[in-house]
Design a protein around this ligand. Structure first.
Ligand code: ATP
Length: 442
């Protein structure tokens, strides 16, 4: 019986935050020093989940396609990149500071432009606040050495467009994909890992002939929406939101956000935009290099258009966690279970001895776990009674639990329990790998 909703009296996000800390998914950064606000560290299960998510994205967008190449650009780039991209001039929020409590607010979040919403103090005039983190490159700290932590991974792909053409001779349409850290000095970070100042993006720049851009844009919106559904996000919690004309950046022809229904409201996980030929043209102008594409068949040179699906790794991870979180009534108990997709689950199988004071059973269980570890992410645990061990694995979404008991010593079989159905089956130890393989590849 599932009690999602009914049992979730506490905000579902609060429950997930608590689970994340309790079980080692996500911790507050620099916790022992009182924490750095809105900065988070991924623990043992969190890093597995996040890596699985990135792997699933890379597999769908790079390995399973013939038209997309992966890459990994440096975080620190030539400062001119950000002049060309428009970030130096335009990447700012308007903010006001409270003269009394010194808190800083995003102007668009304020109902009353003069009064501090926290203490009622007087607010300063609105001022532009650039969201890029600035630092100095090298030993000298002067105007020349100012450099930025990239606020998006996208520009790393635009500035490598020529390198890719020269080295790979790619023909349109083709795309570049990369996953990496980005930094924005957000005025109002919050909602756990949803909005932070350091985060990871997974972005694609898909170059097409201008006439094909509209069709490619529509296809990408659908492809990216399906990707979340294929990995198990509930349809009722996911929607597409096309941007109105007034929301679009001046160079964008169209943009659609993929939004998830968090407890704090529908919020963006990813944006898919038709960026026209703006970026390549800008970089051509600022670098002096010819970034046009040469079409062999028509002998024409032109700037391709770009379709950009741009998503956040941390936001997607959070959405998958929230969506998979269930509380179920099992007899007189409540079990918390993360019904997360098998490809994303941090651990695939756990092995326990039923009696931890029987060395032969413990020995056999450890041997089985050792064998499985070569093929699956597998953990061995003998630090509690069986009920507790099951509960612990359910909370982190482990797909199968294998229990070794007295009978196993005789009949060479073990009990395999399924996370979602809780049904148990006896499986021969020699058939275990094959059994799990079949279940995990369906
Ligand atoms: P928002 O409107 O929420 O600030 P955005 O439209 O500025 O987001 P983009 O510039 O389109 O975001 O960045 C692409 C993706 O990067 C977003 O869809 C989101 O998943 C992720 N992202 C952007 N800013 C942050 C942030 N501060 N924290 C976590 N992820 C972020």
């Amino acid at each position: 019986m599932v009690f999602k909703g009914e049992l979730l009296k506490m905000d579902s996000m609060e429950r997930v935050v608590s689970l994340c800390k309790r079980r080692g998914f996500i911790f507050q950064s620099s916790d022992i020093y009182g924490g750095l606000s809105n900065s988070w560290d991924y623990g043992p299960y969190g890093v597995e989940l996040k890596n699985n998510l990135k792997r699933a994205w890379w597999k769908a967008n790079v390995y399973e396609r013939d038209d997309i190449l992966g890459m990994d650009a440096a975080i620190l780039m030539h400062p001119k990149v950000w002049e060309a991209s428009g970030h130096v001039k335009n990447f700012f929020d308007l903010k006001s500071d409270c003269k009394s409590c010194k808190l800083r607010f995003k102007a668009s979040d304020l109902k009353d432009k003069n009064k501090c919403p926290e203490c009622g103090g007087q607010l300063t005039e609105e001022r532009a606040f650039n969201l890029m983190f600035e630092t100095n490159y090298g030993a000298v700290e002067d105007k020349e050495s100012v450099i930025y932590l990239r606020p998006e991974t996208a520009q790393g792909m635009f500035v490598n467009f020529l390198n890719i053409l020269d080295s790979r001779h790619s023909k349109l349409p083709f795309g570049l994909a990369q996953i990496g850290k980005a930094f924005r000095n957000e005025i109002t970070p919050g909602n756990f890992t949803f909005r932070t100042r350091e985060f990871e993006q997974m972005e694609i720049e898909y170059f097409v002939k201008p006439d094909d851009a509209e069709k490619a844009y529509k296809e990408w919106v659908e492809t990216r929406y399906q990707w979340y559904l294929n990995l198990g996000i509930s349809k009722e919690n996911l929607r597409l939101r096309p941007h109105g004309k007034d929301e679009l950046a001046h160079y964008a022809l169209a943009c659609t956000d993929i939004e998830y229904k968090f407890s704090f409201g529908w919020s963006e996980l990813e944006g898919i935009a038709n960026r026209t030929n703006f970026d390549l043209k800008q970089h051509a102008q600022y670098s002096g290099k010819d970034l046009r594409y040469f079409d062999d068949s028509t002998k024409e040179r032109f700037y391709p258009y770009v379709i950009e699906p741009s998503g956040g790794v941390d936001r997607a991870t959070l959405a998958f966690l929230v969506d998979a979180y269930y509380e179920e009534k099992v007899r007189d108990d409540i079990r918390v279970v993360l019904k997360i997709n098998k490809d994303l689950a941090p651990v695939k199988v756990a092995v326990f001895p039923l009696l931890r004071n029987r060395p032969e059973i413990v020995g056999l269980a450890k041997k089985i776990a050792g064998g499985l570890k070569k093929n699956f992410i597998c953990v061995y645990d003998d630090t509690g009674a069986i009920g507790k061990l099951y509960r612990r694995q359910d909370e982190v979404g482990t797909l199968f639990c294998v229990t070794v008991d007295v009978q196993s010593l005789e009949d060479k079989q073990v009990t395999v329990r399924d996370r979602d159905t809780m049904l148990q089956e006896r499986i021969g130890i020699d058939k275990l790998k094959e059994y799990l393989n079949t279940k995990l590849t369906i």
